[in-house]
Design a binder for this molecule. Structure first.
Ligand SMILES: C[S@@+](CC[C@H](N)C(=O)[O-])C[C@H]1O[C@@H](n2cnc3c(N)ncnc32)[C@H](O)[C@@H]1O
Length: 433
């Protein structure tokens, strides 16, 4: 497909997405099924255009004075990809499979693609209804934080020390030009290509041998800050596909016991294969079994309980820009109710003197500090561990993380702008002994 035809395809998919209010991944998949001539390179390039457009949806609409899919894509080309009016006109030339030629009005709008004087939610490309919540957290930096969340995310890997020796893994992946990350000693960062496409890491021999996992540096840091210790008893209550379970196993050097649970058995499914590949031997997966309480024997016994809570995912908008516009006030209310319930349940499993780590990939205080405060009000036997003390688990880069992140009594908040990671909140609470 020509670059112009890919642009037309992205506009078509965006129209489908808006008309049917469906997730971008579903619309892309359906388009691929009904356009089998499109190769994997075409599909990746089209997805890149679509996701970049969603990243900059509010500012592109502002520049173009329209929410129409075509306008949004054209606006994105100017704002995000820095294309000149002539370069955009060369793509949208009305040729076979190309978008229709630019109108005079479109040319004029693209020529003056300034965001000066636009509202903060436009300049920061986030939903207007979340402005008050985000401003509450970030104050006057809210636009810059939004803009950093509207950029593309890099691809981060975690070296799995159960399988690989860091220097050898780096050498094995040298053709991908991995760079060290700022804070996590075992994180490697891989740059995307100019269209935002990541290399197919999951086909690399080092990946297949379990020497690396794909995991954002923020997620890696969250697990380190939870501080699982070799030989300890750990419950990962919302383990999902096991991103943090796997890292815990490596941090614990396969010693002690990790219980991995999730209320949704389908979410746990990929974990079994991942555990085997990563050489993990200290994990017991406790899958849900109908109404049975599969964790009853763990009450009051855990050295560490991790709640990697279901959340709005506002910290991962770089990776999932579709979610940015799909999240609704009702979903936030539902998530916060779930979080409160899970946190309260989680506290039951912590032994006296043990710790409870609460993690979200949200930036909103409603899902972060407010949840911690609510638990601390209910459970007087728990007290927050200061983030400045907590970061010492990281070793030498700990103080720099505490400096870069936003810290409060309740925990530490990372964000793309502040720490170059996805947005993650980490709170650690200790139960009195
Ligand atoms: C943020 S994801 C977990 C990601 C995972 N820890 C990782 O690092 O890959 C949140 C998980 O919480 C699970 N969940 C939701 N409600 C739950 C509950 N009441 N108890 C346990 N897990 C729950 C969801 O199914 C989802 O898999």
């Amino acid at each position: 497909m020509t670059p112009a035809a890919r642009l037309s395809a992205a506009i078509e998919i965006l129209a489908d997405l808006s008309a049917r209010r469906r997730p971008a991944a579903d619309a892309l998949k359906d388009w691929g099924l009904s356009h089998r001539f499109a190769g994997s390179g075409d599909r990746a390039a089209i997805a890149g255009i679509l996701y970049d457009t969603l990243r900059r949806r509010a500012s592109a609409a502002h520049v173009m004075g329209s929410e129409e899919p075509r306008a949004l894509v054209l606006g994105m080309l100017a704002l995000m990809r820095g294309l000149s009016v002539d370069a955009i006109a060369a793509l949208a030339d009305g040729g076979r499979f190309a978008p229709a030629p630019l109108s005079e009005a479109e040319r004029a709008r693209l020529a003056d693609s300034s965001l000066e004087g636009a509202a903060p939610f436009v300049r920061g490309d986030y939903p207007q209804w979340l402005h008050a919540s985000l401003r509450h957290v970030f104050g006057d930096s809210v636009v810059e934080e939004g803009a950093a969340l509207a950029a593309r995310a890099p691809l981060d890997l975690r070296i799995n020390t159960l399988k690989g020796e860091p220097e050898a893994v780096k050498a094995e992946l040298s053709h991908l030009h991995p760079e060290p990350c700022r804070f996590s000693p075992l994180a490697l960062r891989i740059k995307l290509d100019s269209e935002g496409k990541a290399p197919p890491v999951s086909a690399e021999p080092a990946f297949l041998r379990g020497e690396v996992e794909v995991q954002d540096e923020g997620s890696q840091l969250a697990a380190i800050l939870a501080r699982p210790v070799p030989g300890g008893q750990v419950l990962d209550l919302c383990a999902g596909a096991g991103g943090k379970t796997l890292e815990f196993a490596a941090l614990m050097d396969n010693k002690g016991q990790i219980y991995a649970h999730d209320s949704d058995i389908r979410r746990l499914k990929p974990m079994h294969e991942r555990l085997a590949r990563a050489g993990v031997r200290n994990v017991q997966v406790r899958s849900p079994r109908g109404a049975e309480d599969v964790l009853h024997d763990l009450e009051g016994k855990m050295d560490l309980v991790l709640v990697d809570a279901p959340c709005t995912g506002t910290g991962t908008w770089r990776r999932n820009p579709d979610a940015k516009w799909r999240v609704r006030p009702g979903a936030l209310a539902q998530r916060t109710a779930e979080q409160a319930k899970i946190l309260e349940q989680a506290a039951h499993y912590v032994r006296p003197g043990g710790r409870l780590a609460y993690v979200t990939c949200s930036l909103l205080d409603e899902e972060n500090g407010a949840q911690v405060r609510a638990l601390l009000n209910k459970r007087e036997d728990f007290s927050p561990v200061s983030p400045t003390e907590n970061v010492l688990a990281l070793g030498a880069s700990g103080p720099a993380l505490a400096e870069a992140a936003l810290t409060s009594r309740e925990g530490l908040l990372m964000s793309p702008r502040r720490t170059g990671t996805d947005g993650f909140f980490v709170s650690v609470m200790k139960r009195a002994g």
